[in-house]
Ligand binder design. Structure first.
Ligand SMILES: C[S@@+](CC[C@H](N)C(=O)[O-])C[C@H]1O[C@@H](n2cnc3c(N)ncnc32)[C@H](O)[C@@H]1O
Length: 199
């Protein structure tokens, strides 16, 4: 059972790692990142062609949340752990100017990067806040859909994170979650290593 002290230590380690990833994801993961990652994960080439290079620089998603179901014009999606904002950019294109795409991220440098990337992409109907999945800073029943891409494996309080995600979803809302799961448990030395936690 993780103590408050453990949780703060894990989140501090994750913030440090992703502050560096906000500058560039290149060479920091064991899987393809950036534009190559998004192409490998079969994102819609129309959206990728519309994205500028800054949106790819910090991209380190592990799956394609848009392959899991539709996001419709006028809807309100929330991206939990929005990183540098590529998924938020795609969501903002899907909902169009009558919708509003929101993102939260634990790491201030990532949230700043996402804001700057969306502004330079000309997206005005998006918001990014620094926050954790465990305490989402929106009222109950705000969103039609929550997306999350490679984030909840990093969250030390998973049960509380899911509770808060379901709290901000409207009745009948959808969760489009892509993530990493271990089939055989975590090898013992890894449980003590921040690097192993966020690999
Ligand atoms: C794999 S990246 C997300 C990729 C992102 N969706 C993209 O488009 O590039 C993981 C992100 O989750 C954030 N993160 C990690 N733990 C978090 C938590 N508990 N709550 C919110 N964000 C978190 C990290 O700061 C990082 O930006």
């Amino acid at each position: 059972m993780a103590t408050e002290h453990d949780v703060e230590g894990i989140q501090q380690g994750i913030r440090q790692k992703y502050a560096a990833v906000a500058a560039s994801a290149t060479g920091k993961f064991a899987y393809p990142t950036g534009r190559e990652g998004a192409v490998t994960l079969a994102y819609d080439p129309v959206h990728l062609a519309a994205a500028h290079e800054g949106l790819f620089a910090a991209y380190c998603g592990v799956g394609n949340p848009f392959s899991l179901g539709e996001i419709r014009e006028g809807e309100a999606p929330l991206d939990v752990g929005c990183g540098g904002g590529l998924d938020l950019f795609v969501a903002s294109r899907l909902v169009g100017p009558t919708g509003r795409a929101c993102g939260i991220d634990l790491t201030p440098e990532m949230a700043s990067r996402a804001r700057a990337n969306l502004t330079s992409a000309g997206v005005a109907h998006a918001d990014v806040k620094v926050a954790t999945a465990e305490a989402i800073p929106y009222p109950d029943a705000t969103f039609d859909v929550v997306t999350s891409n490679g984030v909840l494996n990093l969250a030390p309080r998973k049960r509380q994170s899911f509770r808060d995600i379901f709290r901000v979803l409207r009745p009948g809302g959808r969760l489009h979650l892509v993530d990493i799961v271990l089939a055989d448990g975590v090898p013992q030395p890894s449980t003590c290593s921040i690097d192993a936690w966020s690999r």
